[in-house]
Structure formats: structure tokens, C-alpha cells
Design a binder for this molecule. Structure first.
Ligand SMILES: CCCCCCCCCCC/C=C/C(=O)SCCNC(=O)CCNC(=O)[C@H](O)C(C)(C)COP(=O)(O)OP(=O)(O)OC[C@H]1O[C@@H](n2cnc3c(N)ncnc32)[C@H](O)[C@@H]1OP(=O)(O)O
Ligand SMILES: NC(=O)C1=CN([C@@H]2O[C@H](COP(=O)(O)OP(=O)(O)OC[C@H]3O[C@@H](n4cnc5c(N)ncnc54)[C@H](OP(=O)(O)O)[C@@H]3O)[C@@H](O)[C@H]2O)C=CC1
Length: 316
């Protein structure tokens, strides 16, 4: 077990921790000469995914709206080996999307791999959600993913070259996501897009897969999501608490008895786009320690989303 996941408790150990930073299951140089475009590659999980491709030799294009964050990530990723270009882009804007592919093409050539990682999310009860809030999340998460995907597909079809697309999803695409109606609907759309386009574009040599992280906390998590996670820990509590149970934190709420580490998602992404996964397409791989399948023998009492978010009764 590695440092990040070492637990100071008696009882079942949970799933072992992963190999250390810098390790890889794939041969060194697997992505030499390959161009990988990661949306939202300046922060959090996108940056972790980009890092694993960089370690294996890829040239990177990272794209998102915030130039400062992109620049910081570009410097960090460049230190891992490959070349890195940062492109400021709102993926809702089809013109900017085209320009990003032009920029990538001029720098390194048409990207071989597209990782649609950028997304938007904030918890809000559906009855409080404005049309603008719904649109912001759906337009970024679903329409932005579609626009990036369409541009990638068009260019590869025109060039007659193969490619690989990975769409980062969320498990509430299957289960629904109370408190996240906009994001859950958008992620369900993304999962459907994966399944549709894998068939449409398989004949042209383009793989399309989904990749779903479980809870993978990181320093770039939005204050709102982080705050709600922390409040849930403060108010939830274990129904039984003894020395056989781990402390009441994020880890204790996972069947793995640990949260995921961002590099574990990065390793899965580099596998899915690698030559060793050429017959995998239309699939969504869940990397969450089975958390999304968790059920209790007896369900805990229902707590409304309003209560979970600490909101007063809806007044209309
Ligand atoms: C219940 C317990 C909770 C536990 C927590 C569990 C956590 C698990 C999470 C698992 C899944 C995670 C999935 C993710 O996707 S994480 C990625 C999150 N990252 C981001 O969202 C980064 C990018 N996000 C943003 O930039 C912004 O959030 C935003 C999408 C709002 C930015 O887009 P834009 O700039 O276009 O938006 P505006 O500021 O113009 O706002 C548009 C409308 O949205 C309304 N709004 C904005 N924020 C909120 C909010 N927090 N609550 C409600 N409404 C909001 C805003 O008012 C605008 O609406 P109007 O036009 O009506 O004014
Ligand atoms: N962390 C977790 O536990 C989980 C994450 N996920 C998924 O993982 C992915 C990454 O999430 P995470 O790293 O946690 O979140 P972050 O908030 O760190 O990342 C979101 C990224 O998307 C970019 N982005 C947002 N809107 C736009 C836009 N309009 N155009 C271009 N880029 C945009 C942001 O950059 P900028 O602001 O510069 O535009 C940011 O880099 C998302 O798809 C998320 O849904 C799913 C389940 C759990």
C-alpha cells in the first residue's frame, strides 16, 4: 500500500493502493510520435491524464478557457518530456474548436487521440435550477464534447487516418444524480454519444470509448463541490462506529476504503488509446472501486437534496 492510501485503523484493509507516480504498465515510448489533445488538461483529472500520456512520449495540446491555469500546467507537463501547447478555447464555440485543431495541426499535426475531459458541474436542487444554469452545464459537458468530437472525426475522415477518442463521464449517467440533474443528463448523453459514434466511425478506424472516474479528489476541485463533500462528511456519520471501521471520511464511504488517485484514471486512459486496446470501442470503463454499485443491506433513511445541500424549504 502506498503513502496516500495508508490507513491507520483496524479492520479490512480495502483495495491496495496503486504503484507510485511515474510507473506505467505500458512500454516506455508507447506514445512517441503521437499527438494527444486533452480538453480541461490544465487542471485536476485532465492534467493527470495528460501527464500519463506525456510520460509515455506524447506531444500534448491542452485546451480550456483559463490561460493562466493552462500555462502553469503546460510548464509542469513539459517537464515530463514531450512538447506541450496550450490553447485557450471555450469548447461551446465551434469556431474556436476549429481553431484549436488548426493550432494543433500547425504545431504537431492532427491529434491522434482526443480526450474530452472538460465538463461543468455544481450541485443544485432541480427546482432551484435556472434555464441558464441547465444550459451552462449541458452546453459545456455534452455539446462541447460533441463539437470537439465532430471536429476530430471530420478531420480524420477527410485524411483517411485512424484515431481514438476518450470521453470522460460519470457513473450517474446510469444511475441518475440527485442534486446534479443537469450534469447527470449531460453525462448520459455523452455515454450515448460514445456508443453511437463507435459504430458510425468504426469503419473509418476511429475508436470511441468512455472513461468514468469515481471520487478522485484533487486540489483543483471547485470550492462548491469540495464544500459539499466536506459537509457530507461532517453531517453523515457512521451508523455504527467502532474500532473495526475506518474514520468517517471520504475513504470510509467507498467499498475500496480509499478514494481514487488521479493517476489511476490516467493509466486507464493511456491503455484505452493504446495499440493494446484496438478492439475495445463503444465501451465505458468505470474506474471507481465499485462505488457506483454500492448498496446497503438496509437502505439508510432518505435525506432530501435540499437538506444535503443545507437549503431551506422551497418556497416557490
Ligand atoms: C449533495 C452532496 C454533494 C456531494 C458532492 C459530490 C461530488 C461528486 C461530483 C462528481 C461528479 C463531478 C463531475 C464534474 O463535472 S466536476 C467538474 C467541475 N468543474 C467545473 O464545473 C469547472 C467549470 N465550471 C464553471 O466554470 C462554472 O461552474 C460554470 C459552469 C457556471 C461556468 O459557466 P459559465 O461561465 O458559462 O457560467 P455563468 O457564470 O455565466 O453561469 C451560467 C448560469 O449558471 C448559473 N450558476 C452558476 N453557478 C451556479 C451555482 N453554483 N448554482 C446555481 N446556479 C449557478 C448562473 O446563475 C447562470 O444562470 P442564469 O443565466 O440563470 O443567471
Ligand atoms: N473529480 C471527480 O471526482 C470526478 C470527475 N468527473 C469528471 O472528470 C472530468 C474532470 O473533472 P475534474 O478534473 O474533477 O474537474 P475540474 O473542475 O478540475 O476540470 C474541469 C475542466 O474543464 C475545463 N472547462 C470547463 N468548462 C470549459 C469550457 N467551456 N471550455 C473548455 N474547457 C472547459 C476547465 O478549465 P477552464 O476553467 O480553464 O475552462 C477545467 O480544466 C470531468 O469530465 C468530470 O465530469 C467525474 C466524476 C468524478
Amino acid at each position: 500500500m502506498t503513502d496516500e492510501n495508508a490507513r491507520d485503523c483496524v479492520g479490512p484493509p480495502g483495495l491496495p493502493g496503486p504503484p507510485p507516480v511515474g510507473a506505467s504498465a505500458l512500454p516506455s515510448g508507447t506514445y512517441d510520435g503521437t499527438v494527444v489533445l486533452v480538453t480541461g488538461g490544465g487542471t485536476g483529472l485532465g492534467r493527470a491524464i495528460a501527464a500519463e500520456f506525456a510520460r509515455l512520449g506524447a506531444d500534448l495540446v491542452i485546451a480550456s478557457r483559463n490561460a493562466d491555469r493552462l500555462k502553469a500546467a503546460r510548464d509542469e507537463l513539459a517537464a515530463l518530456g514531450g512538447r506541450v501547447t496550450a490553447a485557450v478555447c471555450d469548447i461551446r464555440d465551434p469556431r474556436r474548436v476549429r481553431e484549436v485543431f488548426d493550432t494543433a495541426g500547425e504545431a504537431y499535426g492532427l491529434p491522434d487521440v482526443l480526450v474530452n475531459n472538460a465538463a461543468a458541474n455544481f450541485p443544485v436542487p432541480a427546482e432551484d435550477m435556472s434555464p441558464g444554469a441547465w444550459s451552462a452545464v449541458v452546453d459545456i459537458t455534452l455539446t462541447g464534447t460533441f463539437l470537439m468530437t465532430r471536429e476530430f472525426g471530420r478531420r480524420h475522415l477527410a485524411a483517411g487516418t485512424p484515431g481514438s477518442i476518450i470521453d470522460v463521464g460519470a457513473s450517474y449517467a446510469w444511475t441518475g444524480g440527485p442534486g446534479f440533474a443537469h450534469s447527470a443528463a449531460a453525462k448520459a448523453g455523452v455515454k450515448s454519444l460514445v456508443e453511437t459514434l463507435a459504430v458510425e466511425w468504426g469503419p473509418y478506424g476511429i475508436q470511441v470509448n468512455g472513461l468514468v472516474p469515481g471520487l478522485m479528489p484533487h486540489g483543483d476541485m471547485t470550492a462548491e463541490i469540495r464544500g459539499n463533500l466536506e459537509r457530507a462528511e461532517d453531517t453523515g456519520g457512521h451508523r455504527v462506529h467502532d474500532q473495526h471501521r475506518p474514520p468517517d471520511d471520504k475513504a470510509s464511504r467507498q467499498p475500496a476504503l480509499r478514494v481514487g488517485l488521479p493517476r489511476e484514471l490516467g493509466w486507464a486512459a493511456t491503455f484505452l488509446a493504446s495499440p493494446y486496446a484496438r478492439f475495445i470501442t463503444g465501451h465505458t470503463l468505470v474506474v471507481d472501486g465499485a462505488n457506483w454499485q454500492r448498496r446497503d443491506l438496509v437502505s439508510p433513511p432518505v435525506v432530501t437534496v435540499r437538506e444535503q445541500l443545507g437549503r431551506a424549504a422551497f418556497e416557490g
